[in-house]
Ligand binder design. Structure first.
Ligand SMILES: Nc1ncnc2c1ncn2[C@@H]1O[C@H](COP(=O)(O)OP(=O)(O)OP(=O)(O)O)[C@@H](O)[C@H]1O
Ligand SMILES: [Mg+2]
Length: 265
């Protein structure tokens, strides 16, 4: 037997490990004995109906809320970006990025992170003077300076117009490649999940109802072979009638979300 055999098969410890996690509000059990592992550097998208517990799960993973049962292991280096940027209006962009951190070289770190998200020219701007996309990029820069091993994204692009959203998809992929955090992205947009994620999880009744691996080559676009098959499967799982795109709101409509024929990520 080869002396290296053992080492070759040593499993990598997951970045996130949940075992029988429970979260409930009064009698309303929102997360019900959920099991989930996320590998270091893995990009996971989380889909599920409104009210299925996605934000609840994310808040526990972010350490913002305690759990009511089970075991939750997550890296202490973690950061979250929500649908709205949550910036302090009276602080300049760079100050928002390093808010709450004790760093010797705070401004240099903020400049570096803001440069990475394409906002080197907006360091001194106040949030009120930033567009929605720029504000979300500040929020992303704020998460980057924390050098997270786990990046939690709760519908961070939902409020953005379609073109800005496409630019943000590219930025997220670039940042993910450069910093290699594990990512958990909550989205209602099936195409967004397929474009970005290694694995897609569907949450239902507080548990994982289905998950599928996305083995499509990158860069991805929604016209590439195999994309549509995954989309149909997910839409069926989510209970969306495929022949009637109007059953979804515009924001949630995978057919209207991408007006361009090919989107390379
Ligand atoms: N702090 C709270 N107190 C009481 N109930 C809560 C609280 N937070 C969430 N809930 C309930 O938990 C359930 C799941 O809410 P959650 O926000 O996690 O859903 P979601 O999947 O993120 O939905 P959406 O897609 O609309 O954002 C809902 O029934 C909600 O009313
Ligand atoms: Mg939510």
């Amino acid at each position: 037997m080869n002396a290296h055999t053992h080492a070759d098969f040593t499993p990598v410890a997951p970045a996130v490990s949940l075992r029988k996690v429970i979260r409930q509000f009064g009698d309303n059990r929102v997360i019900d004995e959920l099991d989930l592992d996320i590998a270091p550097g893995e990009f996971v998208a989380l889909l599920g109906a409104s009210g299925s517990g996605k934000t609840t799960l994310l808040r526990s993973l972010a350490g913002l809320d305690a759990i009511d049962g089970g075991q939750l292991l997550a890296p202490s280096a973690r950061a979250a970006v929500f649908q709205e940027p949550r910036l302090m209006p009276w602080k300049r962009a760079w100050k928002n990025v390093t808010l709450g951190l004790r760093l010797d070289n705070a401004k240099a770190k903020a400049v570096q992170a803001l440069t990475e998200v394409g906002l080197a020219h907006r360091l001194e701007a106040y949030p009120a003077t930033l567009s929605g996309g720029e504000s979300q990029r500040v929020a992303l820069a704020r998460s980057l300076v924390r050098e997270p091993k786990l990046l939690l994204l709760d519908e961070p692009f939902a409020a953005l117009d379609a073109l800005t959203r496409i630019r943000m998809h590219r930025l997220i992929i670039d940042l993910w490649r450069a910093h290699t955090p594990a990512v958990l992205l909550v989205t209602h947009d099936v195409d967004e999940a397929i474009l970005l994620a290694d694995r897609i999880i569907v949450l239902e009744n507080g548990r994982i109802a289905e998950q599928l691996q996305v083995d499509l080559l990158r860069p991805r676009d929604n016209g590439q072979a195999g994309f549509n098959a995954i989309r149909q499967r997910l839409l069926a799982l989510l209970g969306v009638d495929n022949d009637d795109p109007q059953t979804l709101g515009r924001d949630h409509n995978p057919f209207l979300g991408y007006p361009l024929s090919a989107i390379a990520i």
